[in-house]
Design a protein around this ligand. Structure first.
Ligand SMILES: C[S@@+](CC[C@H](N)C(=O)[O-])C[C@H]1O[C@@H](n2cnc3c(N)ncnc32)[C@H](O)[C@@H]1O
Length: 368
């Protein structure tokens, strides 16, 4: 059985609109930061000179979570520069459900789109990784990304005792941190090259805050520890092998505030030398909407039923690719269903402390 096989290439949000319909919290994160983004736009010089204005949403998934923010930003650009054609570019990895994105933009889903409200607007998509060059140099005006930069680009060594780097120790953890540092610098350097002078980036990233909190780990029951425990239980029950447990690692690195800001502050760093500057940084916790609703309705079974899909929307592909490819697809699907059922039962049995609170590090950067 192959080891360390889960790579960023394998990950994908669940398609067919499942991602944004099950991920209300990710939309809350973006919507809540709209004033911060508008402030960044307000600080930009956007002359009404008829030239093309380009915005990107990197790691857009099905686009449903950012639709409100993107519409607001594009309308503001249109207001300030009526003569400028606007190009909106959505990017994600090749396995992303871009079809769902375009159906939404063109009003073929139940999500309201901005597309018909903004004249002279051209919408495109790119499946080029944000770790690579996406745009020609000096052609991007405003770059946005939410909840995506934690995905690392390289296949790494295994995490033997956990499924995520937040539970890894020693050299295993150091390998993820090193890759995280490298990828972040590459991503920023590429964007620095692509931005026009005075262009801005709004980068909302999963990370580890000043109190050591991160996604699903804000004082209650840790979500990633629960994933790891239940996956290990499947080993004990003979449903999966120890090799498959070890093979299952999220291709992600959660960075601290210091790790996010270092390349933007160090004059010797290639990111700084490429002209990218830190305008603003802050951490925020956005509460899990499903745990919040449980506080109102008090029904553990309902909470469990509503909560598990949001975990599943982004984690399923990691557990699926951890399983041996020698197993028939149907068998792998049954194991995955059993895994999430077990999580749901845990939550229904003892709901207190379960919550996927979002912990984000928000950065606004400018190109000097
Ligand atoms: C958790 S989703 C976030 C989606 C959306 N931005 C939001 O905030 O709800 C992360 C997205 O990042 C994408 N992604 C991961 N690595 C990427 C890369 N190197 N380049 C582009 N997209 C990437 C994933 O495919 C996925 O769609």
């Amino acid at each position: 059985m192959s080891r360390t096989k889960t790579t960023a290439r394998d990950i994908a949000m669940k398609g067919g609109g499942y991602y944004s319909s099950a991920t209300a919290g990710a939309k809350d994160v973006i919507d809540g930061a709209t004033p911060m983004v508008l402030e960044a736009i307000a600080a930009m010089d956007i002359p009404d000179d008829g030239s093309l204005f380009t915005m990107v949403d990197m790691g857009c998934a099905d686009g449903g979570t950012s639709i409100g923010l993107v519409g607001t930003v594009l309308k503001e650009v249109r207001r300030r520069a009526p003569s400028r054609p606007i190009q909106m570019v959505y990017t994600d990895l090749p396995r992303n459900d871009f079809s769902q994105l375009f159906r939404m933009i063109h009003g073929q889903t139940d999500i309201a789109s901005y597309f018909e409200d903004i004249p002279d607007l051209y919408v495109f998509a790119s499946a080029t990784s944000f770790h690579k060059a996406i745009f020609a140099p000096g052609t991007l005006h405003f770059g946005f990304t939410a909840t995506a930069s934690h995905y690392i680009s390289q296949k790494l060594g295994v995490i033997s005792n956990h499924v995520h780097m937040v539970g890894a120790q020693g050299a295993e953890r150091a390998a993820y941190e090193a890759q995280g540092r490298k990828d972040w610098e590459v991503m920023l350097t590429n964007r620095a090259r692509e931005l026009v002078p005075g262009g801005r980036l709004a980068l909302f990233n999963f990370g580890i805050d000043e109190d050591g909190r991160y996604l699903g780990n804000t004082g209650g029951i840790s979500m990633f520890d629960t994933f790891s425990e239940i996956w290990a239980e499947l080993v004990d029950q003979g449903a999966i092998t120890q090799g498959e447990y070890v093979d299952t690692n999220f291709p992600q690195c959660y960075r601290t505030v210091a790790q996010f800001t270092a390349p933007l502050k160090d004059p010797g760093n290639p990111v700084y030398q490429a002209g990218l500057r830190l305008e603003h940084v802050e951490t925020r916790i956005v509460p899990c909407p499903y745990a919040k609703a449980f506080g109102d309705h008090g029904d553990p079974a309902r909470f469990a039923r509503e909560y598990i899909p949001t975990l599943r929307s982004w984690s399923e592909s990691t557990f699926m690719t951890g399983l041996s490819a020698e197993r028939p697809l149907e068998e792998r699907r049954e194991i995955i269903a059993r895994f999430y059922d077990a999580y749901q039962e845990r939550v229904a049995r003892a709901p207190e402390g379960h919550a996927m609170d979002y912990v984000h590090i928000y950065l606004i950067c400018s190109k000097a």
